[in-house]
Design a protein around this ligand. Structure first.
Ligand SMILES: *Cc1c(COP(=O)(O)O)cnc(C)c1O
Length: 344
């Protein structure tokens, strides 16, 4: 069997998770009648200190519902240059919400509160686009799984309040941030007006994200979810996987982080220009191939021939992501494959 480190979305539901799915009480969620969805939405909202949540099939939709609610057509959202919202949602904010985005660049995607605050232009009058909201990604995917400093998040909230700006958290991997930093979900939650979280990344559910906010915003988001065609029926079967993931799969993320660090240390031992292991904080190992004579796509092809699947996300940027279907034995094997590939 190939070792698949393209993403932490490649995991398959375990037999125990499938049992939870099979025995879930369900109802029609468009009528608000699915008890398993309702309890999951309430549970995750309470974890982050929010009033309400709405279940979505994808993290992209959870982000887009938040954007639709926070930013009016013709206004702008600002976000980091390599954020998922800007780079990996296929222009959805422009298509669905009729808004523009403006970006600030940050090394490793790491937040410095002053960066967005300096480019924010709320209430710009009749000629210039007005900024309405700022998005923060934690952990930062294309930044290499970096954890945003809580001091910068707190400073951003103060600055955003001073300018009357809303804050959105793209928390697809907030679970990993919590495990790496020890910062509680309630602490992360209190700084943001809207939050999206994914159950289908490191937590191992097959489907599912939740958008969290006030009751009022979540009620509006339900209308937009239905309008976008994502009003779903007996999805307690999906929510049950989410409950199971929250019950069983948060603490174990520490193992994914340890294995990512092991991979990074081994790769740096082969060629230190590829990665600085000190920068690997969670489950993502980003490789910079600038000093290598091959492209990321070529590297991915070569490791794949040996049974290791990795992602080529840029001409010279490759990514390995650890997850719950990747164990210590596979980690040792992956390191052997990387050695053979990179030394040859
Ligand atoms: C995966 C991811 C999402 C959501 O992705 P979907 O594939 O739409 O579920 C959002 N933000 C970040 C940072 C992600 O990594």
């Amino acid at each position: 069997m190939a070792i698949d480190l393209r993403s932490d979305t490649v995991t398959r539901p375990s037999p125990a998770m499938r049992e939870a799915i099979a025995s879930a009480p369900v109802g029609d969620d468009v009528y608000g009648d699915d008890p398993t969805v309702n309890s999951l939405e309430e549970r995750v909202a309470a974890m982050f200190g929010k009033e309400a949540g709405v279940f979505t099939p994808t993290g992209s939709l959870a982000n887009q519902l938040a954007i639709r609610i926070l930013v009016a057509p013709g206004e702008e959202l600002i976000a980091e240059t390599n954020s998922h919202i800007v780079r990996a949602e296929l222009g959805a904010a422009a298509v669905f919400s009729g808004i523009t985005t403006r970006t600030w660049p940050a090394a490793q995607g790491l937040l410095k509160a002053s960066d967005p605050l300096e480019i924010a232009r709320p209430d710009s009058g009749p000629y210039l686009v007005s900024t309405t909201a700022i998005a923060v990604e934690n952990t930062h995917n294309f930044g290499g799984g970096t954890v945003q400093p809580i001091s910068e998040i707190a400073a951003l909230r103060i600055g955003a309040d001073a300018q009357g700006l809303a804050l959105h958290l793209d928390g697809a991997r907030i679970w990993n941030a919590h495990i790496a930093s020890g910062v509680s979900f309630l602490e992360y939650g209190k700084y943001f007006d809207t939050i999206s979280v994914c159950l289908s990344k490191g937590l191992g559910a097959p489907v599912g994200s939740i958008m969290l906010s006030t009751k009022e915003r979540v009620s509006k988001a339900r209308i937009w979810r239905k309008r976008y065609g994502a009003g779903m029926r007996q999805i307690g079967v999906l929510a049950a996987a989410g409950h199971f993931a929250l019950d069983n799969n948060i603490q174990r993320l520490a193992d994914d982080h340890r294995r990512a660090k092991e991979l990074a240390v081994a790769i740096a031992a082969i060629d230190p220009s590829l990665i600085d292991p000190a920068g690997v904080q969670t489950n993502i190992v980003g490789l910079d191939l600038a000093h290598l004579p091959i492209t990321a796509a070529e590297l991915a092809t070569r490791t794949r021939e040996k049974g290791l699947w990795i992602s080529a996300l840029g001409p010279k940027y490759a990514r390995l992501v650890t997850h719950m279907d990747f164990d210590d034995a596979q980690c040792a094997e992956a390191i052997e494959i990387l050695k053979k590939t990179l030394v040859a």
